[in-house]
Design a protein around this ligand. Structure first.
Ligand code: C2E
Ligand code: MG
Ligand code: MG
Length: 886
């Protein structure tokens, strides 16, 4: 309700008063020039007003004075009627918003009063003077009251505005932040922005910008109220957002400001001024944008609330920064990497340059972690990051995607060649040895990369493509980079199809095993290898080549492994019941072998078949498994060994494994890959490899199996070289299980049992080594040199030169000869003498120790003599038996 509507009545102003005033109006309006002058004096005589109006131009002051004069005329004619009251209230509200204090206004009224006093004094007849003065006084009081009413109304509006802001602030703080949201902290700012125009009648628009991924662009993250185009504000454009960020202070810009940027000018229909409230520092900055319905809004409501919002924004940025960075290296994490990738894609299109999107994986990191511990692993990661950062250009992004995998964004590339240079440089930087906890550690990296927009995919596909290329780089032998290509894409597609096919076949029980006999060089059939086949509804029986990679896929390796083990042992049992005793070899994928549950699987399946002795099962492990994780593979194979399960190293020679593997891994058999066997007759290099593997295996007491023996010539040559076992089409193709029994009864040895002399090529060096070791041992008793390895340990007799031969090839060739057992006993006794000698020596009884040494020497001579007899060599005057050793 208009509380001033009865004002003239209260003031006792009647129509007669207004008639009276009307009569003297012309007189009272005159001399406004003097009034203007007084007004001017008044403004400048008080320091506060003087400060406000100091910057006013002369013309603006003249206009102001003119307004005063007009106000007086209007007032005299007004009768304080409704329309006058309304406009005066608006003026009051405006004065309030412009920060003009009511007391200043009161001062102006005093000026009017004084001005009229003069007119009354000089020009109004005395008889009417008092009555007119009285009426004018009441008129002025009324007008002032109306204006103050406008002040009060505006102040109530301001209170309501402040209350709305307070409400928004309370609202976001009181509501628990949605835990379901991926980025709850972003939600907070968004809620503020959405609530502001909804709850405050004076706010038309609210949003926020944050400094972009590359630090030199501000990106509009959220806008509410009115739509704004996607804002991307590069640095140095003079935009008020950047201005606020750089000076760290609020910037208020009128939409009518000719210097305002277009995005602000375009708001002119709905917004009168825009306030920008910055927060954050350095590369972590943002600002809240508020568009107000009227001019002066920000001054009126004050900036406290907006500073509170900005403060929340700062906290949000800090939280976000924490959740977007890897705590160890401080690098962006996967989420931030994806964000930046999307921005980099836009920039690449705008700048018409290529963007390299790469994934980098450290080869051999796990081994360092396992061997030197996690602290060393962390140190290694930090050192690598530092190296990489040294080679990256400004604007490149390095992110830690997890574990030892890094993401890279390489924007602004001109061509594929420049990419090659950068990748080479990065890989070279990783290759250099690092000093970790005082130890020189060498690792390498594999890089997979794709180029946007040549590869015109979305962010997640780009990463997937880089990942495919990374796998290709690893497959090709690591320490290199691969570029993603369409062909690679198709290969991956084909792999997916293979996987689906294999899974389906496993579900539908369409996987079967065929068995291929393995023949000893003596012509016996001791074992078969189980080889998987897939029964395809249309294509018929498929060999593993049709689904090879799927066998080692994470989702399938273990279930296939368990299936094959169970099926093979069940078959073995069936044969056993028919009286056919065969050892069975089962191929185990690297992934299943290295799975933490592998040993449990093995135990569980063996327990299902208690009648089968453990050593009737051999697992075939390709050399890729130890290459992935040597320490893990060693532990596993040792555990299999303890369980009594045999181990064969399959496809030996294909995975660049060195012969030292044979020494590091507990295995009973080596399978020479068929690619070497196939070409050994034509290619001297292959023959040399085959010969070396055979010799090394035999000296270490391992069975050696040649795969892919297709002709009689191959079989003959391999047998001559001392190869103990043969497998191949020459003997039999892999057969369905029901055909094995018939095959084995039909099979008759094609080979003659090898002439003993063909086995004698490796014995001389072994005996020579043995004799030298005995001499060294005796000298060690006299402190002349250290004790040789494999002489004193509890099971040294199994691992010394002679022990390996006796347990391996010796047992195979001479195991049936009655005196062979004596040789084993003598050998064992030698080691007992050695251990006894050492403990006497340690107890200070040198003489006793030397005595044991003599017994050892004697035992060794007897052993050698008997062995020479057994192998048909003349023991008399044999150089190894000449002379006394002590
Ligand atoms: P592998 O373990 O090296 O098996 C020997 C392969 O050589 C078999 O191929 C066999 O049929 C083939 N072969 C044997 N003798 C000859 C010959 O004289 N000439 C030629 N040209 N080839 C011969 P297959 O059955 O196609 O198996 C291929 C590979 O698939 C196997 O190589 C093995 O790595 C894998 N594999 C087979 N069965 C399984 C299984 O049950 N599980 C897993 N994880 N892998 C398996
Ligand atoms: Mg195999
Ligand atoms: Mg093989």
């Amino acid at each position: 309700m208009d509380t001033t509507s009865t004002l003239p009545n209260f003031l006792g102003l009647h129509d007669s008063d207004f008639q009276f005033i009307k009569r003297y109006r012309v007189l009272l309006e005159a001399e406004t020039g003097a009034l203007a002058h007084d007004f001017y004096e008044y403004l400048l005589s008080h320091p506060v007003t003087a400060a406000v109006f100091r910057d006013f131009s002369r013309a603006r002051l003249d206009a102001l004075m003119q307004k005063q004069a007009e106000h007086i005329s209007g007032l005299l004619a007004s009768h304080l009627n409704k329309s006058w009251r309304e406009s005066m209230r608006k003026i009051g509200a405006l004065h309030h918003r412009l920060g003009i204090k009511p007391s200043w206004v009161a001062g102006a009224y005093i000026l009017y009063w004084r001005h009229w006093q003069k007119v009354l004094q000089d020009q109004v007849p005395e008889a009417e003077r008092n009555a007119l003065r009285d009426a004018l006084f009441r008129l002025l009081i009324g007008d002032l009251m109306i204006q103050l009413d406008g002040y009060a109304r505006a102040s109530r509006e301001t209170d309501a505005d402040r209350l709305a802001l307070f409400d928004v602030l309370l609202g976001v703080l009181a509501v628990p932040q949605g835990a379901e949201s991926q980025r709850p902290e972003a939600l907070l700012l968004q809620q503020i922005c959405e609530a502001l125009p909804r709850k405050s009648a004076s706010v038309r628009l609210a949003g926020y910008v944050v400094s972009g991924a590359m630090g030199d662009v501000l990106t509009l993250e959220c806008i509410a109220g009115l739509p704004l185009p996607t804002l991307q504000l590069p640095k140095n454009t003079g935009d008020p957002c950047w201005e606020a960020l750089e000076c760290g202070q609020t910037v208020i810009r009128s939409v009518e400001d000719p210097h305002a940027p277009e995005w602000i000018k375009n708001l002119h229909n709905r917004v009168k001024e825009v306030g920008i409230f910055p927060f954050g520092e350095e590369d972590l900055r943002g600002a809240i944008l508020i568009g107000a319905r009227e001019k002066g809004y920000f001054r009126r409501v004050g900036s406290d609330y907006f500073h509170a919002f900005a403060h929340l924004g700062e906290m949000v940025l800090q939280l976000r920064n924490q959740s977007l960075r890897d705590p160890l290296t401080g690098l962006p994490n996967r989420t931030l990497f994806l964000d930046r990738l999307e921005i980099a894609q836009t920039q690449a299109l705008r700048n018409e340059r290529l963007l390299g999107v790469a994934l980098l994986d450290l080869d051999g990191f796990k081994q360092v972690n396992d061997r030197l511990g996690h602290a060393a692993g962390d140190q290694l990661l930090l050192a690598v990051v530092q190296r990489l950062q040294g080679y990256l250009r400004a604007g490149d992004t390095l992110a830690r995607m997890g574990g030892d995998e890094f993401g890279l964004l390489l924007p602004g590339l001109d061509n594929v060649d420049s990419l090659g240079v950068i990748c080479e440089r990065l890989l070279a930087s990783i290759r250099e040895a690092l000093d970790i906890h005082g130890e020189a550690v060498s690792i390498s990296g594999s890089l997979g990369i794709t180029l946007y927009p040549l590869d015109d995919s979305n962010a997640s596909m780009l990463i997937q493509h880089a990942d495919m290329a990374l796998y290709a780089a690893k497959d090709a032998g690591r320490d290199q980079f691969h570029l993603h290509t369409l062909a690679l894409d198709e290969a991956v597609q084909a792999e997916t199809e293979m996987r689906v096919m294999l899974q389906q076949a496993l579900n539908d029980k369409r996987l079967i095993l065929h068995y291929q006999p393995i023949v000893s060089s003596a012509g016996e059939v001791l074992s078969v290898e189980a080889l998987i086949r897939l029964q395809h509804p249309e294509k018929g029986l498929l060999p593993p080549a049709a689904f090879f990679s799927a066998l080692d896929h994470p989702s399938l390796a273990r279930s296939i492994g368990r299936f094959v083990l169970e099926m093979a042992l069940r078959q073995e049992e069936a044969w056993r019941r028919e009286g056919l005793v065969l050892r069975i070899s089962v191929n185990i994928s690297a992934r299943h072998l290295l799975d933490a549950r592998f040993l449990d699987d093995l135990r569980e399946i063996l327990a299902n078949h208690p009648d089968i002795p453990q050593n009737q099962l051999e697992i075939e492990v390709t050399e890729s498994a130890p290459l992935i994780d040597m320490a893990g593979a060693q532990v596993l194979l040792a555990a299999c060994h303890r369980m009594g399960v045999r181990v064969a190293l399959d496809d030996f020679g294909t995975g660049n494994a060195s012969l030292t593997y044979l020494q590091q891994l507990q295995a009973q058999s080596i399978k020479i890959d068929r690619s070497f066997v196939r070409d050994m007759i034509n290619d001297p290099k292959d023959l040399a490899i085959v010969a070396a593997v055979i010799t090394a295996s035999r000296m270490l007491g391992l069975d050696v199996i040649a795969e892919g023996v297709e002709t009689a010539e191959h079989a003959a040559l391999l047998t001559k070289m001392g190869c103990s076992h043969l497998q191949g089409y020459y003997f039999s193709k892999p057969l369905p299980p029901e055909a094995i029994h018939a095959w084995s009864t039909r099979f008759h040895p094609i080979l003659r049992v090898g002439d003993v002399s063909t086995f004698m090529d490796i014995l001389p060096p072994i005996l020579e080594g043995h004799t030298l070791r005995v001499q060294m041992f005796l000298r060690a008793l006299r402190h002349e040199n250290p004790f040789p390895a494999y002489t004193l340990e509890e099971d040294a007799e199994d691992y010394c030169h002679l022990g390996r031969w006796l347990r391996g090839e010796g047992a195979r060739i001479f195991g049936q000869v009655p005196d062979f057992a004596d040789l084993l006993t003598r050998h064992e006794r030698m080691h007992q003498f050695a251990r006894a000698a050492k403990s006497l020596l340690d107890a200070g009884d040198t003489e006793g120790a030397i005595h044991q040494g003599c017994l050892l020497d004697q035992e060794s001579r007897l052993l050698l003599a008997e062995l020479l007899d057994m192998t048909g060599q003349n023991r008399n005057r044999h150089p190894l038996l000449a002379g006394s050793l002590l």
